[in-house]
Design a protein around this ligand. Structure first.
Ligand SMILES: Nc1nc2c(c(=O)[nH]1)N[C@H]1C(S)=C(S)[C@@H](COP(=O)(O)O)O[C@H]1N2
Ligand SMILES: [Mo]
Length: 425
């Protein structure tokens, strides 16, 4: 860390290295030999690998998937088949508010950083590639993940037959590679009085989000890499903002502009869509950080145990506050709990795989987990969540608002026939 930090400072002091990165000094896209797309993608099935024809998991659930534009809640990670903590890019969930991914040529793409800064910058992808990079493992989660009512594309209330892909599939975890936003902000020179960033995407709808400067200086990245390759178009190719641990909406895809300002913009996301309305008519505003959460991925809803005997109960835990410290498993509906084993390394603000051996005796059982993060916060039951929200328990079961930040403990009920059902709703 330290050596990296001082290296970065050296790099910044070396003015010559960044001399080209100023407004007006944008270089023409460099001539890459063979940069024609057809030449870059030879027609050879082994040139870019495919999985075995026996593997068929996808992010598409039945006929869901198109509401407006590409998705809005349609494409969810099949967590029931997940192993380890990394989501393959092709199985990353997608939420885009009404627009297909723009077809961006990285040689034409620019990132503008301006507003309350001394030296505004326009960066090419090449410029970004010359800066010191970091790679960090972080989850992304839509704030609507696990909402009891999953909206038009989810077409209804979460049913007892729902799979984990339906209930929890709006989260994925990747190793992201990019440049710390703090480095870029140091370079442009943030003026006194500045307190927020406004980040803007390149799609026709210009998705825009306000983010506090303090968070930006802490751990934001502009990311161009995802699990060892360039971002997928659906994930924001060629550049996205990564806002570790905060609700998905902040992670602006197809990022083209960061404006440094003194106040948040009360845009559509800040004012109408993202505050959650409560039963008493009040609303929760500016919630950013995702709370501690965990879920058993195997066995989970829709799966079937093939007979009594040994099974490893395994799943994922994560928290926007930092690292997961503890995951407890109950096989009796929450009466007793045992500590699961965490698979290391445990990355902060990342999916963390846990496991616990279990001998199923063939009788009905209710399996559930609860996680604790490094801040000591414990994942709530649905009853506790209702108290935190100051709503009746029934609110979660009856509302047709999308309940954001729903991180209640998820029970799965194992029947005598080995079938597994959602026991929360
Ligand atoms: N430009 C842009 N960025 C966006 C969105 C969008 O519609 N446009 N959707 C946001 C929402 S609501 C979520 S949950 C995440 C989803 O990221 P993913 O599609 O890579 O999983 O992207 C966020 N960034
Ligand atoms: Mo989202």
């Amino acid at each position: 860390m330290n050596s990296k930090g001082s290296g970065r400072r050296r790099f910044l002091k070396d003015g010559a290295a960044l001399a080209g990165l100023t407004v007006g000094a944008v270089r023409a896209a460099s001539a890459i030999p063979g940069a024609d797309a057809s030449e870059l993608r030879p027609n050879d099935p082994h040139a870019y690998g495919e999985r075995s024809r026996f593997e068929d998991s996808t992010i598409r659930i039945g006929s869901l998937g198109r509401w407006t534009g590409i998705s809005d809640f349609g494409f969810r990670t099949p967590l029931q088949e997940s192993v380890g903590v990394i989501t393959p890019p092709s199985l990353h969930y997608i939420v885009s508010h009404g627009y297909d991914p723009p077809d961006i040529d990285p040689r034409q793409h620019r990132l503008l950083i301006h507003g309350m800064v001394d030296r505004p910058l326009i960066l090419t992808m090449d410029d970004l590639g010359r800066l010191p990079s970091v790679s960090r493992t972080h989850f992304l989660e839509c704030n609507a993940n696990s909402a009891p009512f999953s909206g038009p594309a989810g077409a209804a209330r979460v049913a007892p037959t729902a799979t984990i892909q339906q209930t929890h599939g709006l989260t994925s975890c990747s190793e992201w590679t990019g440049v710390p936003v703090s480095l870029l902000l140091e370079k442009v020179g943030v003026q006194t009085g500045a307190a927020w960033l406004i980040a803007e995407g390149s799609e026709a709808g210009e998705h825009t989000k306000s983010i506090p400067l303090e968070k930006a200086m802490d751990d934001l990245l502009v990311a161009y890499g995802q699990n060892g390759e360039a971002l997928r178009p659906e994930q924001g190719y060629p550049l996205r903002l990564l806002v570790p641990g905060w609700e998905g909406i902040n992670n602006v895809k197809w990022l083209r502009r960061i404006k440094v300002v003194d106040k948040p913009y009360m845009g559509m996301r800040e004012s109408t869509k993202y505050p959650s309305l409560r039963m008493d008519g009040k609303a929760r505003w500016f919630q950013f950080e995702m709370g501690p959460k965990s879920v058993i991925t195997r066995p989970s809803g829709g799966q079937r145990l093939t007979g009594p005997g040994f099974y490893e109960i395994t799943g994922l835990a994560w928290s926007g506050a930092g690292a997961i410290r503890r995951v407890e498993v109950s096989t009796d509906g929450g009466r007793s709990w045992k500590d699961a084993e965490l698979q290391g390394p445990v990355h902060p603000k990342a999916h963390t795989r846990f496991g616990l051996g279990w001998n199923w005796d063939g009788r009905e059982a209710v399996l559930q987990t609860r996680s604790t993060d490094e801040r000591g916060e414990v994942q709530p039951t649905i009853e506790e969540l209702a108290k935190i929200w100051r709503v009746e328990l029934d609110y979660f079961r009856s509302t047709s608002n999308i309940v954001g930040h729903f991180n209640a403990i998820q029970p799965w009920e194992v029947g005598r026939d080995g079938s597994v059902r959602n026991a929360l709703f």
